[in-house]
Design a protein around this ligand. Structure first.
Ligand SMILES: NC(=O)c1ccc[n+]([C@@H]2O[C@H](COP(=O)([O-])OP(=O)(O)OC[C@H]3O[C@@H](n4cnc5c(N)ncnc54)[C@H](O)[C@@H]3O)[C@@H](O)[C@H]2O)c1
Length: 250
């Protein structure tokens, strides 16, 4: 990642923060951090700086086209290029059966998770195509591969990300730009703490679902993101890499 300019959305917490710090540790020149959460974004910026890369936090709502356009303009204004984009920002939505999900529940989850990835790629790809180089990694989920009860909008949004990833990959396949996704299993982050409401029994129930007998860590997802973004994965595009402790294998 030596000298590279990296963008991470949803960088204020969990998997996004781990990715931002991992790119800094791997030698990135600068990591631009986009998130709604300013306090968390600035904390990640300090961690990135400690790891030896330049850090810039840009307050961003990925569901707003104007915010996303301004974000990419800022990256190019500051650093003149964009080598890697990790489109990771996402929300879990309200836990309810499909028949109890409101239109507002649906709209918010799809707006952030699916439209957010679409808007980010729409802004990132022209810059990468101009450079004839770049790698995008979108954050899908095992919920993009199998169904989950009580999470219909989330499941739909993550299936959408996998389709968007394949389509974008094909569209830029001859332009030196690769587009892939990672599908994490259950990873111990603030998102999962919100879902379990901190109840150890609820967390134990999740651990039971994981064949490896534990939840994943944000760093384990960051490792996969780093590999997909690196030249080691130069023949990999349109792929969704499942990193799930065996969840979808059974
Ligand atoms: N934790 C898991 O088990 C798990 C599993 C599979 C996929 N994922 C996906 O990984 C990604 C990161 O999740 P996490 O577990 O680190 O969650 P998290 O809640 O810890 O972090 C998500 C970050 O996204 C930010 N965000 C939310 N809405 C945003 C918006 N509109 N614009 C910009 N930023 C926004 C939040 O402020 C937060 O900092 C999400 O896309 C999530 O769906 C997580």
């Amino acid at each position: 990642m030596s000298g590279e300019i990296v963008l991470v959305t949803g960088a204020a917490s969990g998997i996004g923060r781990a990715c931002a710090v991992a790119f800094a540790n791997a030698g990135a020149k600068a990591v631009v951090l986009a998130d709604l959460d300013e306090a968390g974004g600035h904390e990640t910026a300090r961690e990135v700086a400690r790891a030896g890369a330049q850090a810039e936090f840009v307050p961003t709502d990925v569901s707003r086209p104007g915010d996303v356009e301004r974000l990419i303009q800022r990256v190019v204004e500051l650093y003149g290029r964009l080598d890697v984009a990790v489109n990771n920002a996402g929300i879990e939505g309200r836990s309810a059966r499909l028949v109890d999900q409101t239109e507002a529940d649906w709209d918010r989850v799809l707006d952030v998770n699916a439209k957010g990835v679409f808007l980010c790629m729409r802004a990132e790809l022209p810059q990468m195509v101009r450079q004839s180089s770049g790698a995008i990694v979108n954050m899908a989920s095992i919920a993009g591969i199998v169904g989950f009860t009580w999470a219909a909008p989330y499941v739909a949004s993550k299936h959408a990300i996998i389709g968007l990833t394949k389509t974008a990959a094909i569209e830029v396949s001859k332009k030196g730009v690769r587009v892939n996704a990672v599908a994490p299993g259950i990873i111990k982050t603030p998102m999962i703490d919100r879902v379990t409401k901190g109840d150890p029994q609820a967390e134990a129930g999740m651990v039971e679902l994981e064949p490896v007998g534990r939840l994943g860590t944000p760093d384990e997802i960051a490792n996969a993101v780093l590999w997909l973004a690196s030249d080691r994965a130069c023949f990999v595009t349109g792929e969704t890499l499942v990193v799930d402790g065996g969840y979808v294998a059974r």
